[in-house]
Design a protein around this ligand. Structure first.
Ligand SMILES: Cc1cc2nc3c(=O)[nH]c(=O)nc-3n(C[C@H](O)[C@H](O)[C@H](O)COP(=O)(O)OP(=O)(O)OC[C@H]3O[C@@H](n4cnc5c(N)ncnc54)[C@H](O)[C@@H]3O)c2cc1C
Length: 457
């Protein structure tokens, strides 16, 4: 077969263990394409931090393809329209892709399949979302039984190597230039701290896996300590598909030691996709509709508090450290994400959907399923979630998880404070002048949240 085949990349920006690439390359010449599509996701188009990551990941993928004598074609527009045009340009109807589960991608796959011969493959999750079901054939709603059932099918198949050759077409269709897409911020360039933290792309992802496996045995003991680099920091690499979860699974298992807790977190990632498959509007609707009448504060009235939260100026050191880490690096420690999200929802009584949107824009790992599932988990509105009435106390969480060094790193105003006082400088009467007072007292915030909850209980 000499007619070219299109390989449609989205959040699967890798050459290894890439089932769509393997299938396309086995059929003949391959035309790899990435389409910058802000139309299909509409208000769910990628946020600023994700666009920064995407730029560098595409640069890396393009270079890896060139090494194989291939290219990455860049086009912009609505995916089904652009794929139709590209198919005409190269004289084919055949397209391979990795299946995606965000509602807009499912719609796009349906639209493409009406006009072209689209073949979807699995590979971005441990198991295809929707394939693990209860005895009665229903999808799981709760994480623990879901994970127990999924593990029965593990380990995942051995990850496939990159194909030795990627056959090139006799001529290449036209392509945009990456720099013209303006994915990087300029005025102001708020991403200067990102480059120090991250190496987007498949090589960077594999290096991150290598680093992590050497310390994976300590994961359980250190993952909740924000001052220690105890977790893998693989989330943006996994989100953009620069490494497959099957690869991560096998590399981690080879490292030995007890890695069950870590693999269980990879399981949360699979679980989140199963949730959005069942509830496509999970990022905008309470899964438990009894929470719909909860009297959130009007954002016009709460504008100042919301701004203080986003800027890391709430007067709660652990929350502020997390929000500043997020702004500077595009990532926040998981324990601190929970504390900061809980603070917004409960202490500030601001609707979780505003927080979800802020994370969507500022996280390099912003993921439709994982973000929504975790926000609803913290809010207590999800199908599997914490109880609303369990209100995290940010100050004691900060002490319990020994966040002193973390706070000193991200809140320089507090850098000189000792562990004994740093978690709550107000309480100890040693708040520096340039650090804000608490936007609300812990007890006051807690009581207001419980009063609001009483209305929907
Ligand atoms: C409010 C809130 C919002 C979040 N939004 C996102 C998001 O948009 N994208 C995202 O990937 N994660 C999100 N998380 C989950 C979690 O915080 C991050 O996955 C984790 O901090 C990433 O760091 P890591 O790679 O070092 O994780 P590790 O602890 O090393 O875990 C390994 C991998 O497992 C997955 N994972 C771990 N915890 C979770 C979890 N709770 N839910 C789903 N997957 C998980 C990630 O892919 C992660 O890379 C959110 C958590 C909270 C509380």
């Amino acid at each position: 077969m000499t007619t070219p085949t299109i390989l449609w990349f989205r959040r699967d920006l890798r050459l290894s263990d890439q089932a769509a690439l393997i299938a396309a390359a086995s059929e003949g010449p391959v035309v790899p394409v990435y389409i910058l599509d802000d139309d299909t996701p509409k208000h769910r188009k990628m946020g600023g931090a994700s666009r920064w990551w995407l730029h560098h990941s595409l640069a890396s993928l393009g270079a890896a393809l060139r090494d194989k004598g291939s290219r990455l074609i860049l086009r912009r527009g609505k995916s089904d329209t652009v794929l139709g045009e590209l198919a005409d340009d190269v004289g084919t109807t055949r397209v391979h892709c990795i299946r995606h589960y965000e509602p807009w991608w499912r719609n796009a796959e349906r639209a493409v399949a009406q006009a072209l011969d689209l073949v979807c493959h699995d590979g971005n999750y441990l198991l295809p979302p929707g394939s693990v079901t209860t005895g009665s054939g229903d999808p799981y709603k709760i994480y623990t039984p879901f994970w127990r059932a999924l593990k029965e099918h593990m380990p995942p198949p051995d990850p496939a190597n990159r194909p030795r050759d990627i056959p090139a077409p006799s001529s290449w269709p036209k392509s945009d230039t990456l720099a013209d897409w303006d994915l990087l911020p300029t005025k102001p360039d708020w991403a200067t701290g990102f480059a120090q933290e991250w190496s987007p792309g498949e090589d960077g992802a594999r290096a991150r896996v290598d680093d992590f496996v050497s310390e994976a045995a300590d994961y359980d003991a250190t993952r909740n300590l924000p001052s220690v680099e105890g977790s893998s920091r693989l989330s943006p690499h996994l989100h953009f598909g620069e490494v497959s979860p099957a690869y991560v699974w096998h590399r981690t298992m080879k490292a030995g030691g007890s890695v069950d807790v870590f693999l269980g977190e990879i399981g949360w990632r699979d679980y989140a996709q199963n949730v959005i498959l069942q509830f496509p509007e999970y990022a905008s609707k309470n899964a438990r509709d009894r929470f719909d009448p909860l009297p959130w504060r009007d954002l016009r009235e709460a504008k100042g508090d919301f701004a203080a939260w986003k800027q890391g100026r709430t007067g709660y050191p652990i929350v502020d450290a997390g929000m500043r880490q997020l702004w500077t690096t595009g990532w926040m420690h998981n324990r601190v994400r929970m504390i900061a999200a809980s603070f917004l929802i409960k202490h500030l009584l601001i609707d979780w959907r505003h927080g979800e949107q802020w994370f969507w824009d500022t996280l390099v790992d912003a993921d439709y399923g994982s973000n929504a599932v975790n926000w609803q988990w913290v809010a207590g509105t999800g199908i599997d979630s914490n109880m609303f009435s369990r209100i995290m106390a940010p100050l004691s969480q900060s002490e319990k998880f020994d966040a002193g060094d973390y706070i000193r790193e991200w809140v320089p105003e507090l850098a000189k404070l000792s562990d004994a006082v740093i978690h709550d400088p107000d309480e100890h009467g040693c708040r520096p002048k340039d650090y804000p007072a608490k936007v609300i007292g812990h007890r006051e915030g807690r009581e207001r949240a419980l009063a609001a909850y009483a209305k929907v209980k």
